[in-house]
Ligand binder design. Sequence first.
Ligand SMILES: [Zn+2]
Length: 201
Amino acid sequence: MTAAIWLALVAALASPVSVPAAPQHFDALISTGHEGRPASCIHFPTRHCNLGASGERQWTPIVADEAARALRADGFAVAREPADFFGTFAVKAAVFIHFDGSDRPCSTGASIGYHESSSSAAAGLWRSLYTRYFPFRFMPDNFTDNLRDYYGFRQIHASRGALVVELGEITCPAQRQWLAPRLKWEGDLIAYAVKLLIARK
Ligand SMILES: [Zn+2]
C-alpha cells in the first residue's frame, strides 16, 4: 500500500460523515427559534435561513434559558440548543420555542406545531395550560405547513412529544406588550409542562 492510499484511507475512516453518530440522550431538548443565525446557516445550506419576526431572536433565548435552568434545577438532563444544531437526540420531550410574526398584525396568536400524531397529547397539555393565561387568539394546531414540517423534528426522537410552540404574535402590539414582561415566566411555564409530560404514565 502506498503512503498516498494509506493516507486517503485514514482520512476516509476519520471523516465525521462516514459513521452516523448515535443519538444523544437527554430528558428534554429545548431549542431556540432563530438563535445563532445567520452565522449557523452556512452549515445547513438546504434550510431557509429564516431570522424570525422582528425582535424574536432577542426573546427566544430568554425563554429557553429559563426553561432549561428550571428543568436542570429539578435534576433533569437538558440539551439546550440554538436554532441549528448537529446530530440527533433521543429525549422524552422536545420544545422548539418561537414567537409568531405576521404582515397583518394581530391576525394570529399562540399556536402549536407537531409532526407525529404521538405528539398530539403533548400539544393538548400545552394548549390547556397556556390558554389559562394567554388572553389572545390560540390558532388550531399545525395551522401552517411550517409548523407541521418544522425542520428540527427530523433530528429528534421524543418519546412523550416534540412541539413547536409559538408563544404569541410578536408583531401584534397588544400581544407584544403582554409578552414582554413575561419572558422568564414563559420559560418556567414550559419547564412545568415538560415536567408534567415526563411524569405522565
Ligand atoms: Zn420563529
